[in-house]
Design a protein around this ligand. Sequence first.
Ligand SMILES: Cc1cc2nc3c(=O)[nH]c(=O)nc-3n(C[C@H](O)[C@H](O)[C@H](O)COP(=O)(O)OP(=O)(O)OC[C@H]3O[C@@H](n4cnc5c(N)ncnc54)[C@H](O)[C@@H]3O)c2cc1C
Length: 400
Amino acid sequence: MDIRSLEPFWVLQNSFITSYPSLTEDITTSVVIIGAGITGALIAHTLIEAGYDVTLVDKRDVCHGSTAASTAMLQYEVDVPLYTLIDKVGITNAVTSYKQCDVAIDTLEAIVSEINSNCDFRKKESVLFTTEKKEVPSLRKEYEARCNHGFEVSWLDKNAIQGLGVHNGQAGIKSTAGAVINPYIFAQDLLLYAVKKGLKVFDKTEIKDRNQKGDNMVLTTRTGNVIKTSHVIHCTGYESVETLPKDTVTLISTYAIASEVFADLPSPFKNMILWDTADPYHYYRGTEDGRIIMGGGDTPFKNAKARDSLLAKKEKQLVKTFQKTFPAIPFIKDYSWAGTFGETKDGLPYMGKPDPNRNEHYILGFGGNGITFSVMGRDVIIPSIEGRPHPFLEYYKFDR
Ligand SMILES: Cc1cc2nc3c(=O)[nH]c(=O)nc-3n(C[C@H](O)[C@H](O)[C@H](O)COP(=O)(O)OP(=O)(O)OC[C@H]3O[C@@H](n4cnc5c(N)ncnc54)[C@H](O)[C@@H]3O)c2cc1C
């Protein structure tokens, strides 16, 4: 097969799992979640377990936003290196953010087990490497920062990193904490689980208008139906730019390729996820059916058409980079796709209320670590609704 598609790999592989109705009447509900990707599913699950009356709406079919495009490498390493993050946001915030991303991987594993999801969640070692000699001192600085703050890491020298098959590898940092998942199956399974516990889901239901009326919010859909609710939670991913101040997030187009199935998945892709220090970086993982997925080629987002028109060029560049980096592994491209994600000024997410006077909350797991940030969003959503403090509501607030 050789598919270049505007549909991501996970969707083609798994097709449509469940279809929900669209909203065709006016309703009243305690909480509305806008956005049924992995974030909306995680938040819905948390609120349903806590006994809230929750309705989830999505303008597309569920899980067809960036969740379906994600390469879904789960890492505690934020896009911004720890030593740089410390300079940007201080030791407590930076170290807590790294540590809590680590905790989020275990939390995700526990949820997978609770809902019995067949989403190929697997723990992996995570390797950050460089093929550039000049990058070694800053990689070493990062290694020392992680050691100093209690992270379990080991230093891979030139021999060790080249021993993993990285041609021209100069050095690397290996962490024990990492994982992969099929994000599309997981989010779909989580929604089904929450629906059994009382969650109401409406797909193909776009929220066009939101008004604060006294203590409540009134939402209007594209087709004119009205939803009255006490709280609105935006889990709208990169499309949140439509409802937020301009400088909150920078949108990036990113590209991914999946190889044909290997009879025996080459080492190191069996037990490791890998990424490099290039700018923009490249990231690599294996799948349970024996493929290698690689992502990268990031470029500023203009619009979906412009993003998708670059796919042919970007897939060629990615294959070329793969062959340069792992020359002993023949990469035959089977699929390629494009996606969008958001980048923030400090690599950290946004959570909570941008406007204290409105009952609107956001859980925005931006960046290459979007999924672990979304898991962390579970911890703050109830404090945010109940108006209670939480450290993440301070670290990840909008006016920081
Ligand atoms: C190619 C690629 C690779 C990535 N790799 C990784 C990775 O390795 N690890 C990682 O952690 N993260 C990765 N990410 C980021 C990660 O995928 C995202 O952070 C995550 O999927 C965001 O999920 P979400 O549910 O917040 O957003 P989405 O999945 O985009 O869901 C938002 C939903 O909101 C809906 N919506 C928007 N506006 C409205 C409206 N007005 N009314 C109704 N519905 C609306 C949309 O239809 C959409 O379904 C990657 C992203 C891409 C694109």
